[in-house]
Design a protein. Structure first.
Length: 157
């Protein structure tokens, strides 16, 4: 069972994302203990059990204790996002990042906001607009490959 999701001391500003080195190929993160940006993978991540159809880049919600599934904006029951899948160690486990920069994407539109889509796990730049659907912003693209994950409260239409 995963430990409680840790809260970071500071959400780094989009304008500051480039102040750390990318020499190791990973995304910089704010190290609150040292008070500086550091290169490397954002440390705020948790591992969960999941169905085998969950893939990297999926937006996910907590479907049961220690279990995630692909979020879907069609229903409030499936759209309470806890993060984005950043790694699949096995076919039935996933590492989820709830906040911060991640470089797992390949075709983002820089500076665009991304919401949960009505297709399970998918993200969209056009928020849902039909009565009964849920609007929940997941993050903002910094570049074509980097997203600042910053999950916002959901709104039921």
């Amino acid at each position: 069972m995963p430990s409680a999701i840790r809260v970071v001391d500071r959400v780094q500003d989009l304008a500051d994302w480039n102040h750390a080195s990318f020499s190791d190929g990973n995304v910089p993160h704010w190290d609150a203990a040292d008070g500086e940006y550091k290169a490397g993978i954002n440390p705020v991540r948790e591992i969960y059990d999941c169905p085998s159809d969950v893939v990297v880049c999926d937006a996910v919600y907590l479907s049961a204790e220690s279990m995630i599934d692909r979020a879907n904006a069609s229903s409030a029951l499936t759209c309470d996002v806890i993060g984005v899948v950043v790694e699949k160690p096995t076919s039935t486990t996933a590492i989820v990042q709830p906040i911060g920069l991640t470089n797992i994407f390949s075709d983002l539109s820089p500076n665009q906001r991304y919401w949960v889509d009505t297709t399970a796990g998918a993200l969209t730049t056009i928020p849902p607009s039909t009565t009964g659907q849920v609007v929940q912003q997941v993050g903002r693209a910094v570049t074509a490959t980097i997203m600042q994950v910053a999950i916002q409260p959901r709104i039921l239409l």
